[in-house]
Design a protein around this ligand. Structure first.
Ligand code: GTP
Ligand code: SPV
Ligand code: MN
Length: 638
């Protein structure tokens, strides 16, 4: 068996000899280097020793024809675009400025949770006590020997005939004390181009590595197979994480979180492990700034599961007069208490990888004014005039080419755009990007929202009575499944803290980490649970959502000021009658929107108990059992 960590030295040396490296050169040189016809320019020596060792090992294992160290320049980006057009991966969208359409292999369209694993020596470090030795929805464990085997079965020679790209990238602004560095090695130009949007990447990161050599090793290969222009190996896809070695290895998929390894793999799975070790929080949360009519600005972080409204809330256009929302991030927050006891958050990303369907001038005008330049659209439909279309965009479809490249036939009822089709667009283009979005110290967080798609039983907004209760709310979050992962149907699934697919360690320990946050001198943000997705018996949304969610944020901010605009319920505090501003909204069925059906909540409490017992067991902090008993008692007496 070939161990990635123990590749024979002569193998490494041979690989280094064939490695041809281009860095920091002209566009023309890049072009030829990317096509692999240049003379070798061996500048591996310019890399720091650890990066160099990683590159050499990977080259020895994967045996690419060429190695290209990315500098992040414009010249490099345009050379990649040229190459991808030649290879049939991208086509231009002439209707817009520098926008591109990618169509994946139809088998490679979403995150693959079932093939995503965490490797540790002890299973219990990943899997809660109740599921040791069995399948766990809260942590997909792989033993070290199986990890090595998975790599050895897939990687040797997997980049033959291809170029291996080396992407030095920073999660968070380069130089921020909250940022971390990674190096992704990939054979996908699409991944390189996307990483240039989603992270800070290139020479400046290599420079930063000279100060501190610590980085996360990310190795990615698309594998053999797939359709022309989209190589992949869906049957053998695997996404591996070894937190103890700061290592991520991904094979077989070119899509989203499977391949842009800075995002879910690094910023959340490894991030959560680092965060616990170093006393901070790595969360699946948006960050927004909101200014009230008096000019007072505060920041809110919010955890909603995939495709449940983070991008939309982060870019919201408030309907309430005098309010302004600005965007810091739409998917991930790294948060740490500073020396003044204030929780500070950064967005470790540099772009938005956002869900296209449902995005329109009515729902998210800010996204609409962000995405029509310098953007890669993946799996959306194409219009005849070289534009894009997706379900819910609110323009007439006209004649379309669907996401599979076929003429779209509306009568067939198959969607023109894949439900998980996305745009990949630079954050700095967002017209409401917050002036502090790259602040090195992060923005101060006043409130944390949790939420999901709950068609039934769950009120529009509930405030936690205290931090512990808020942690319980996070631990018991559930949501309807979405197209962002490979689940089928609209089943309501447990998704604690919107992190179920992203925990890097034992969920029980994660809860203990959250419970350990309140400490002397710290100003704890208030925690709220929101639900924009409750439906009437006729199946219609009870709440208009989107910009109208500003009304909920207003109430949240008033509560942060300790205004007595709340009333107690068995679930926590909700707006006192008349205190949620619904002026001008027309007919809203507030009774249904805020009702707390006793039978529903007794069943919910039973479901939570079953979940705690069957999925967590002994690792569940006892505080969670106490909170569950409080919930049950409150509901019974209501
Ligand atoms: P990921 O990028 O997968 O993590 O998703 P996300 O949480 O950023 O979700 P996003 O904002 O892209 O929203 C996904 C879908 O939910 C889109 O189709 C939106 O139109 C819809 N949506 C977002 N906010 C609301 C809302 O307030 N009400 C309703 N009814 N739908 C919403
Ligand atoms: C999510 O699924 O939560 C996403 C998309 O943000 S992906 O990057 O594919 O994880
Ligand atoms: Mn997400």
């Amino acid at each position: 068996m070939l161990h990635f960590k123990t590749i024979p030295e002569d193998y490494v040396r041979k690989a280094a000899q064939c490695a041809q490296v281009a860095i920091g050169c002209s566009r023309a040189a890049h072009q030829t280097a990317l096509r692999g016809v240049t003379k070798p320019t061996p500048v591996l020596a310019a890399l720091t020793p650890k990066v160099r060792a990683f590159v050499e090992r990977s080259a020895a294992l994967c045996q690419p024809d060429h190695v290209h160290v990315c500098d992040g320049s414009e010249a490099e980006a345009s050379a990649l675009l040229g190459l991808m057009q030649q290879q049939g991966t991208l086509k231009p969208l002439p209707k817009y400025d520098n926008c591109w359409l990618a169509r994946t292999d139809p088998a490679d369209v979403a995150r693959v949770e079932s093939r995503t694993f965490i490797c540790t020596d002890r299973e219990r470090d990943v899997v809660p006590a109740a599921r040791i030795g069995q399948k766990s929805v809260l942590g997909n464990y792989i033993a070290p020997a199986d990890y090595e085997k998975a790599v050895a079965d897939r990687f040797p020679g997997c980049m033959r005939g291809r170029t291996m790209y080396v992407i030095p990238f920073s999660m968070g602004p380069v130089g921020s004390p909250l940022s971390k560095i990674g190096v992704e090695i990939t054979d996908s130009p699409y991944v390189v181009y996307s990483m240039r949007v989603m992270t800070r990447m290139g020479s400046k990161v290599l420079e930063a590595l000279r100060q501190d050599e610590t980085f996360v090793r990310c190795l990615h290969a698309v594998g053999a197979g797939g359709v022309p222009g989209w190589p992949c190996d869906p049957q053998r896809t695997v996404i591996l994480h070894r937190p103890a070695d700061n290592e991520i290895i991904s094979y077989g998929s070119g899509y989203g979180g499977n391949s842009l390894l800075g995002k879910k793999c690094f910023a959340l799975r490894l991030g959560s492990v680092l965060a616990r070790r170093e006393g901070w929080l790595a969360e699946h949360m948006l960050i927004l700034g909101i200014t009230n009519p008096a000019g007072r600005k505060r920041y809110i972080a919010a955890a909603f599961p995939s495709a449940c409204g983070k991008t939309n809330l982060a870019m919201m256009t408030p309907t309430l007069p005098g309010y302004k929302v600005e965007c810091v991030g739409d998917d991930i927050a790294w948060m740490k208490f500073d020396s003044n006891g204030v929780l500070r958050a950064i967005n470790p990303e540099n772009g938005f990888f956002g869900v296209a369907p449902g995005t329109s001038a009515a729902t998210n005008p800010i996204a609409m004014s962000t995405v029509f330049s310098n953007t890669v659209f993946t799996n959306v439909a194409e219009t005849q005039d070289g534009g894009v279309w997706w379900e819910g965009i609110d323009t007439a479809p006209g004649k379309l080419t669907d996401w599979k490249g076929q003429p779209w036939d509306a009568s067939k009822k198959t969607p023109a755009a894949h439900p998980n089709s996305r745009f990949c667009t630079p954050a700095e283009q967002c017209p409401i990007i917050d002036s502090n979005w790259e602040s090195a110290e992060g923005v101060p967080i006043s409130a944390i929202l949790l939420g999901g798609r709950r068609p039934e039983g769950v009120p529009l907004v509930v405030e936690a009575r205290d931090w512990k209760h808020g942690v319980f709310m996070g631990a018991t979050m559930r949501s309807e499944a979405t197209a962002a992962a490979e689940h089928s149907g609209k089943v309501v699934m447990h998704d604690p803290f919107a992190m179920r697919p992203f925990f890097g360690y034992n969920f029980g320990e994660y809860l203990k980490h959250w419970l350990s946050m309140p400490q002397a001198g710290r100003k704890m943000p208030k925690i709220f649970h929101v639900n924009w997705f409750r439906k009437s018996e006729q199946g219609k949304f009870l709440w208009p959502g989107f910009g109208e969610n500003s009304r909920v944020l207003e109430w949240v901010l008033r509560r942060c000021d300790e205004e007595p605009c709340h009333q107690e319920t068995p679930l926590g505090y909700v707006p006192k009658q008349g205190e949620l501003n619904t002026q001008g909204l027309g007919d809203i069925d507030m009774k249904s929107l805020f009702s707390i059906p006793q039978d529903f909540w007794l069943k919910e409490a039973d479901a939570i108990e079953k979940y705690f017992k069957e999925e967590v067991g002994e690792d569940l902090p006892k505080e969670m059992w106490t909170e569950l008993e409080t919930l049950r008692k409150n509901v019974k007496h209501s």
